[in-house]
Design a protein around this ligand. Structure first.
Ligand code: TYD
Length: 139
């Protein structure tokens, strides 16, 4: 949605179950955690520390992004305001509504970025040009 702002981007806690016998942690994402039907799951890995990912916005797609391992920064931008969010906890996810430009960088070694998405892959849903995105937001 065109009128989404960076205030609509939310950190959501993912329940964490700590094993009583010290065998590690378990986090679970059930349908109720994210406000959309999950149609697709993908993940970024082997990302060099100097790489930039993202650099686009979506017309309809909603995403829930998790640093499953390691850390990285997400810059979110609604065309008027922007802010940076550090993702570094596997029990926290960033809900990015449609109509928000995002850029990811500063990936730590071995980091994994898991993304749950509300739609199947559709290149026509992307704004890959920042000025086109700005014009869309101003319309
Ligand atoms: P892109 O969404 O630009 O990645 P990122 O935002 O992480 O930098 O996608 C990179 C390439 O992968 C692009 O050519 C499209 C392709 N791709 C698919 O084919 N299917 C998918 O589900 C995704 C997310 C990307």
């Amino acid at each position: 949605m065109k009128n989404r702002s960076i205030d609509d981007v939310e950190i959501i806690s993912i329940p964490k179950i700590i094993d009583e016998e010290g065998r590690g942690k378990l986090s679970v994402i059930e349908k109720s955690i994210v406000p959309f039907e999950i149609k697709r799951v993908y993940y970024l890995y082997d990302v060099p520390s100097d790489a930039f990912r993202g650099g686009h916005a979506h017309k309809n797609l909603i995403q829930f992004m998790i640093a499953l391992s390691g850390s990285f920064e997400v810059k979110i931008d609604d065309g008027s305001n922007n802010k940076k969010v550090m993702l570094n906890k596997p029990n926290q996810g960033l809900l990015i509504p449609s109509g928000i430009w995002r850029e990811m960088d500063n990936f730590s070694a071995g980091s994994v970025c898991l993304v749950l998405a509300s739609e199947f892959f559709d290149e026509s849903d992307y704004f890959r040009d920042y000025n086109t995105f700005l014009n869309y937001k101003k319309q």
